[in-house]
Design a protein around this ligand. Structure first.
Ligand SMILES: Cc1cc2nc3c(=O)[nH]c(=O)nc-3n(C[C@H](O)[C@H](O)[C@H](O)COP(=O)(O)OP(=O)(O)OC[C@H]3O[C@@H](n4cnc5c(N)ncnc54)[C@H](O)[C@@H]3O)c2cc1C
Length: 590
């Protein structure tokens, strides 16, 4: 193919300019204003990624409450699989991060009147508007940070074991882009399996790129965050969990899951609905009581004054909480999509709901400096939210605990930026391998050259079908995981022969590779974790096993190209909070 090539040199390359990428760019410039910073995204500046999808709850830990938060999170959400030191670093940083973030363009709403996100521990939430990316981009441009849009970055370039750039193509023209950089920060999101509409930007391409370059992955088995989706309108039905009925009209109470061991509830719930919700719905259906319905007349969330503050679909939030961007976004969603969906099915207040898998598989390993195991490669935001281990046995951004996605993105960016800047200041020359570039180029463009093969839509549909199926992704067992892995093995062969019809579809082909890869890690990790812990729920191993499974499960690409799994003991000896009855391995000899 006759494809134009553009070669661009920079000091720091940031892949993805969602909220984490923008914050990282600011953080690099604050550390060293002389560094040239370029952020590249497959979408458009201010409109890509998730931070603009109407969310905007920002969690922070007020001064004095940090240790209580660490203890609560470790015992109830991380389920002792979290890196307690990393969690402590996070907890003691949130206020400082907000101060920096304001300088980077954030306008907090309700910072001084933040509400409690939890009944007993100090954990506050204030808001930002959905225009936050535009505000941060405006400030970034003033600092000389450069941006490029509509470029799908597919792979990392390495030389002598170090990451020295990245490669991708324009989704508009197909032109090839080669980026040479002293350091690369991956900020291009995690894996949401393409199932839920508002999470559809998360396809894990950065995870795929890092894996192929040799990066380590960790905690992939926790990528099964589940929400409740209405079949009428296809979106999340907020608070539907409190108004669920089975086909016999009996209320389904998410807090009394008859078929669920009580131990699960302690670790699956946290402050918001947890992994147990999918399990409760599944249990009802498996017992012949399905489908499950939401009573939309009883669910007053859209009219609720608190609902108007946190997601203003109807009415208007009070002045001190008013967010014009989010107001417009939420109203349009409700009036066009949700009411439109309900209108198709009038006559009853009972509307069918199902577990909607959001995923949040985010396994790129990151140490306390947000460095990967590859020199020159750093990360921030969703991509490494579980791989950095601060949150433990919960899909990360953690479950539905509001506000930690944005805070994690900006906090980790505020660490990754300076780490990458310091690393770059010691690199005098950037080398790339022409041979590697040509080999990767062949791989990138192969789907568009092919006529025969599986389409991207088919691969995507089959991955969605696997992950959406509760008995595979939420309520796991050895037999079912092996079944799922059999399909993944087939998909691995087919994705190697995927066909693309245009440049956009070529980007989808790249996403498909990462979806299959993440599915393989998710199911293999789930199979290896022979216990139930946090949001990882095994029918055949219903108990937590602190004796054998206080381990992180890692994946890396082996020399033969196949996935290699390894285990790292959680260093419980050095951590403050230990599971009840836990003893050091060599306790007998003491
Ligand atoms: C509907 C919804 C509501 C939410 N509500 C909240 C909330 O209230 N509070 C909260 O804290 N969190 C919330 N979250 C989560 C939060 O938005 C995310 O955790 C956060 O925005 C992640 O930021 P990120 O920059 O790491 O990733 P993303 O926002 O996913 O950004 C990644 C960027 O990388 C780009 N990219 C991806 N692949 C490539 C590629 N191959 N090449 C080039 N660019 C690429 C994407 O286009 C995107 O711009 C919500 C998320 C959603 C979807």
């Amino acid at each position: 193919m006759d494809i134009k090539t553009n070669t661009i040199e920079t000091d720091i390359l940031i892949v993805g300019h969602g909220i984490a990428g923008l914050a990282a760019a600011h953080a690099v410039k604050d550390e060293d204003p002389a560094l040239k910073v370029l952020a590249v995204d497959k979408a458009s500046l201010g409109y890509g990624g998730k931070a603009n999808k109407g969310g905007g709850h920002v969690a922070f830990i007020p001064e004095g409450g940090e240790e209580k938060y660490v203890e609560y999170h470790t015992r109830n959400l991380g389920d002792y699989l979290n890196d307690q030191d990393a969690l402590r670093n996070y907890a003691y940083s949130t206020i400082k991060v907000m101060d920096k973030w304001e300088k980077w363009g954030a306008k907090f709403i309700g910072r001084d009147i933040a509400f409690n996100a939890h009944p007993s521990i100090p954990w506050k939430v204030c808001l930002v508007d959905s225009t936050i990316l535009l505000d941060m981009a405006r400030e970034a441009k003033k600092k000389g940070i450069e941006f490029m849009d509509k470029i799908d970055v597919t792979d990392l370039l390495t030389y002598d074991g170090k990451v020295s750039g990245a490669i991708g193509f324009s989704v508009l023209t197909g032109e090839r882009y080669i980026f040479k950089a002293k350091a690369v920060i991956l900020a291009n999101g995690n894996q949401n399996w393409g199932i839920m509409k508002m999470w559809s930007s998360g396809r894990g391409e950065g995870i795929g790129a890092a894996y192929r370059a040799g990066a380590m992955m960790r905690n992939a088995e926790f990528g099964s965050f589940v929400n409740i989706v209405s079949l009428d309108h296809g979106h999340v039905s907020y608070e539907a969990e409190n108004y669920m009925y089975n086909k016999f009209g009996k209320k389904v109470d998410p807090n009394i899951p008859d078929l669920v061991d009580a131990a699960f509830r302690n670790v699956c719930g946290g402050v918001d609905i947890g992994g147990a919700i999918g399990l409760v719905m599944y249990s009802e259906v498996a017992a012949g009581n399905g489908p499950i319905y939401e009573n939309i007349a009883e669910n007053k969330f859209p009219d609720d004054p608190f609902g108007q503050i946190i997601f203003p679909m109807k009415g208007q939030a009070p002045k001190e909480w008013y967010r014009p961007g989010t107001h417009k976004f939420a109203h349009r969603l409700y009036e066009k999509a949700k009411l439109g969906g309900y209108a198709k099915n009038p006559g009853s207040d009972l509307r069918e709901i199902v577990p909607g898998v959001v995923g949040e598989c985010s396994p790129l390993y990151a140490d306390h400096n947000m460095a990967s195991n590859l020199p020159g490669l750093f990360s921030c935001g969703d991509i490494s939210a579980n791989g950095s281990s601060w949150s433990g046995a919960v899909p990360t951004p953690p479950g539905r605990n509001r506000g930690s996605g944005l805070m994690n993105a900006v906090y980790t960016a505020s660490v990754a930026g300076p780490s990458a800047a310091k690393y770059a200041s010691n690199i005098s020359k950037v080398n790339v391998s022409e041979e590697q570039i040509e080999e990767i180029t062949k791989q990138i463009y192969a789907p568009i050259d092919r006529y025969d093969g599986t389409t991207t839509s088919e691969i995507e549909w089959r991955i969605k079908s696997l992950l959406q199926y509760v008995p595979y992704s939420i309520y796991k067992s050895e037999a079912r995981l092996l079944e799922a892995l059999k399909e993944v093995e087939k998909l691995k062969k087919e994705v190697a022969q995927v066909v693309a019809r245009d440049w956009h579809d070529l980007a989808k082909a790249n996403a498909c590779k990462s979806m299959v890869l993440c599915a393989e890690m998710f199911f293999k990790g789930s199979l290896a974790r022979k216990e139930s812990r946090g949001w990882h729920i095994r029918e055949d191993y219903p108990n937590r096993d602190d004796k054998n499974m206080l381990k992180w499960i890692n994946f890396q690409k082996g020399e033969d190209g196949e996935m290699v799994m390894s285990f790292t003991d959680v260093p419980m000896e050095k951590y403050k909070y230990k599971p009840e009855g836990w003893e050091p391995k060599n306790s007998e000899s003491k």
